[in-house]
Design a protein around this ligand. Structure first.
Ligand code: GLU
Length: 277
């Protein structure tokens, strides 16, 4: 059975871009009589507000985008993320990183030809090269650290990988595209990449639908899925709605929030028509 999910962060109300993402996920599932789940990406608790969980549910229901089952909150899943990190540590494919943002910026500025990915400069690997004794001393000293994926070690373990996207075809995983991404932040002990990979497997998501702005992330997720023995979902990276300046819709576009449109007297059918492909 097909299973999809919509995974908003409860850091604001839904806008048209979210509604489009939810509609794509719902349509892919329902075309085949499958299930459409709701998952709250709420790990960054500094930005989350309780009222937004209800607000998002209210907006989805108003649009007729009802989900199956009980919504999952990632903040209930921290133990699972921690266990997954330990499994990756045993495989030797992650390493602790003590760098501050400033230190990383400084290192990149000093490097000639620092590697860049689609989202900007890549982590220069400073802590990967730390001598073992220095790493042990830092850990013993209680210095805060994040966990980073060792993309090269991961790719050596997995061998060549691909993924299939319903719009983009079959793509070859490039482990260097995003480099040694953070899998567990210093402050929250997990990350988008880790949590989404673990939860897509946990909830048996067969089709991962999301905006094409996240296409590069899928390269990381395929590495993680393979290392962890998780099944490979089918992907659909859909178009991203933009404003009149070509900018991705975001919270600042309050006039395009579902609540504002509703307040302006636009019907749910009218909103859904705007989202038709
Ligand atoms: N919270 C992400 C977004 O709104 C969803 C990411 C995903 O579906 O993997 O773009």
């Amino acid at each position: 059975m097909i299973r999809t999910r919509f995974a908003p962060s409860p850091t604001g109300r839904l806008h048209l871009g979210h509604a489009y993402a939810a509609k794509v996920a719902r349509d892919v599932a329902k075309a085949e009589g499958g299930e459409f789940l709701l998952r709250f990406e709420d790990i960054d608790t500094t930005r989350v507000r309780e009222e937004f969980y209800q607000g998002i549910e209210e907006d989805l229901r108003w649009l007729g985008l009802d989900w199956d089952g009980v919504p999952l909150r990632q903040t209930q899943r921290l133990v699972a993320y921690e266990g997954t990190l330990r499994a990756l540590e045993v495989q030797g494919v992650i390493y602790p990183c003590f760098c501050t943002r400033k230190e990383i910026e400084g290192e990149i500025a000093r490097m000639a030809g620092a590697p860049h990915g689609p989202e900007g400069p890549l982590y220069p690997g400073t802590c990967k090269r730390l001598p073992a004794a220095e790493r042990t001393a830092k850990l013993a000293g209680g210095l805060p650290f994040s966990w980073r994926l060792d993309a090269t070690a991961a790719a050596t373990t997995t061998g060549p990988l691909t993924f299939t996207d319903l719009r983009h075809g079959t793509l070859t995983v490039d482990p260097d595209l995003l480099g040694d991404v953070i899998l567990a932040r210093k402050d929250i002990g997990t990350s988008y990449h880790l949590a989404v990979t673990v939860d897509d497997a946990f909830q048996s998501i067969t089709h991962v639908t999301r905006g094409e702005d996240l296409l590069a992330s899928t390269h990381v997720h395929r590495l993680l899925q393979t290392l962890l023995g998780f099944p490979e979902p089918v992907y659909l990276h859909h178009r991203v709605l933009v404003d009149e300046h070509g900018k991705r819709l975001a919270k600042r576009h309050d006039s395009l929030s579902i609540r504002s449109l509703r307040g302006d007297g636009i019907s749910a059918e009218g909103v859904m028509l705007r989202l038709a492909d």
